[in-house]
Design a protein around this ligand. Structure first.
Ligand SMILES: O=C(O)CCC(=O)C(=O)O
Ligand SMILES: [Fe+2]
Length: 196
């Protein structure tokens, strides 16, 4: 147990540094101050979820491993152990696309908080996981969360003459409603969108 704890500690603190760098690049790419996004997540909670998808020998195409959802956090770093087993799918223009995992590479997903803070410049990706008829799959997701007390809303840095497109929300309340309702695509995020 001690060894697992150590490995998880090292892994998550290294991955967190990577997430911070990515947030800096993303902010810069969107014309904002590089520190603007990093400052929101630095030193806050990082969640880890390990997903195990056993094989489903019968009618695997009729069973989902994880229902369609968006991640309620800012940024997600995802890795899968058996990278040759296809599982993750993302939705684009109403269609599902398989994401091919690569050995040693992270899959980076934008979550709801980044979509709201960037006033829609970054899109929280709707995704789901399917299962394989004969092979198991294990994935590990690291979620970068802002402070629970934070009021999450579009950052002025990302507005620059644009209209406000999302209602602000207390992050703790958002998480509470996210985890008490069933997963349902982009439903939670769509509720915060303002009519344009
Ligand atoms: O297993 C996967 O590839 C997706 C996992 C996921 O979306 C999640 O844990 O939120
Ligand atoms: Fe997810």
């Amino acid at each position: 147990m001690k060894f697992i704890r150590h490995s998880v500690d090292v892994y998550s603190s290294e991955a967190r540094q990577l997430a911070y760098r990515l947030l800096e690049f993303m902010a810069r790419g969107a014309g904002a101050e590089p520190a603007s996004l990093r400052a929101v997540f630095e030193g806050q909670t990082q969640g880890m979820r390990v997903n195990y998808y056993p094989p489903c020998r019968q009618q695997a195409d009729r069973v989902l491993g994880l229902t369609a959802h968006t991640d309620a956090c800012g940024l997600t770093l995802l890795r899968q152990k058996n990278y040759d087993v296809q599982g993750l799918q993302v939705k684009k223009d109403g269609k599902w696309f398989a994401v091919k995992a690569r050995e040693g590479a992270f899959i980076v997903n934008v979550g709801d908080v980044l979509e709201i803070m960037s006033n829609g410049k970054f899109k929280s990706v709707e995704h789901r996981a399917v299962i394989h008829p004969t092979k198991q799959r294990i994935s590990v997701a690291l979620f970068q969360h802002p402070c629970g007390d934070m009021v999450v809303g579009p950052l002025p840095e990302f507005m620059k003459g644009d209209k406000v497109r999302y209602r602000s929300t207390n992050y703790q309340d958002y998480l509470k409603q996210f985890y008490t309702a069933k997963l349902d695509g982009r439903m939670h995020l769509e509720r915060l969108k303002l009519e344009q």
